[in-house]
Design a protein around this ligand. Structure first.
Ligand SMILES: [Zn+2]
Ligand SMILES: [Zn+2]
Length: 332
């Protein structure tokens, strides 16, 4: 017993060392990733910059026109950019996906399904019940939270400044928002998998082992604030961003969350295999980009699967489940 207690005591510092080591590696990789990105942007974005400059005059003129239209009522612009535009994009995209999930139209889309045989068609009763939570989270949490953040965003930097951000600055901001989102989402999500928090909070989101687009918002309200909203809104607050950057980032975040839950690996869209596998297996793939999962070793099982081989940007129309098929099932 004594020996066991001793080895337990030794085991604990070792574990702490391991976690600390991973975190240091994480900071190093994320830091150097950011530096590399800046170097990349400086070297190859000349062309894009020229394009941006050419269209920039037009965008600048449109922005100035908007500013003069809403002069003295800038808060209306804030509501349009941070709530209406992202919500409209979210529901347009999810509307199309819901047609595919419920009516199985268009036919070809089922070829891109990740978990074959699941949601074909989707259980409408379960969907209707989930919809109540999704609308509650969006209308009663996201909207008030974005309104509540208004004075904070204004204090951090004038979001209505006349000058639109430059192309380089806009890309750099997007990279920083993505990194902040990855770190906060990974750790808050992993915390939600602690048995106590999982049972009380996160289990709800995992009721869907084969998710569909709108399920990105199907969470307990606490999870919606901690894991869906905070990691996304913190970047623009810290950076004191321009309203145009905030609108693009919020819209991108909603579209990416939808894609990662949609259940189809569609051409020319980011791969949803990573988060789909999380819904299937529960204890793998906690992050968004996968960098932190790689560093913390929470993707080792995933890396041995066909889903991992298929986890790439699909540049053609042949579904990856056909070009990288599952191995034939063993017969007993
Ligand atoms: Zn999910
Ligand atoms: Zn989870």
């Amino acid at each position: 017993m004594k020996g066991e207690a001793g080895s337990m005591r030794q085991e604990k510092p070792k574990q702490e060392e391991r976690i600390w080591g991973s975190m240091k590696r994480t900071a190093f990789i994320l830091g150097s990733g950011l530096l590399l990105l800046v170097a990349f942007l400086n070297s190859v974005s000349g062309q894009l910059q020229r394009f941006w400059d050419a269209s920039g005059c037009f965008q600048q003129a449109q922005w100035e026109r908007l500013l003069s239209t809403f002069e003295g009522k800038e808060w209306i612009l804030y509501i349009i950019a941070t709530i209406l535009v992202p919500a409209l994009l979210f529901w347009s995209f999810n509307g199309l996906l819901l047609v595919a999930d419920t009516a199985r139209k268009p036919n070809f889309i089922s070829r891109y399904r990740i978990q074959v045989g699941q949601n074909e068609p989707v259980d409408t009763m379960k969907l209707r019940q989930s919809m109540r939570t999704i609308l509650f989270n969006q209308c009663m949490i996201s909207v008030p939270m974005v309104i509540f953040l208004y004075p904070i965003i204004k204090v951090r930097g004038d979001p209505y400044r006349r000058e639109l951000p430059t192309f380089h600055w806009f890309l750099l901001e997007l990279a920083i928002f993505t990194l902040i989102n990855e770190v906060l989402f990974y750790y808050s999500h992993r915390l939600l998998h602690h048995p106590t928090l999982y049972k009380k909070i996160h289990k709800k989101h995992h009721e869907w082992t084969a998710p569909i687009g709108v399920i990105s918002f199907y969470t307990h309200p606490i999870e919606h604030v901690a894991s869906n909203m905070l990691p996304v809104v913190l970047g623009p607050i810290l950076m004191g961003s321009h309203l145009s950057s905030i609108a693009v980032w919020f819209s991108l975040a909603l579209i990416c969350a939808t894609v990662s839950h949609c259940g189809y690996h569609l051409p020319f869209l980011p791969s949803p295999e990573f988060h789909d596998y999380h819904h299937l297996r529960f204890n793998q793939c906690y992050g968004v980009l996968g960098v932190l999962d790689h560093l913390h070793g929470t993707d080792t099982m995933f890396k041995q699967t066909k889903a991992y081989e298929r986890h790439r940007f699909l540049l053609g129309f042949t579904p990856l489940s056909e070009s990288i098929p599952d191995p034939p099932k063993k017969m007993d």
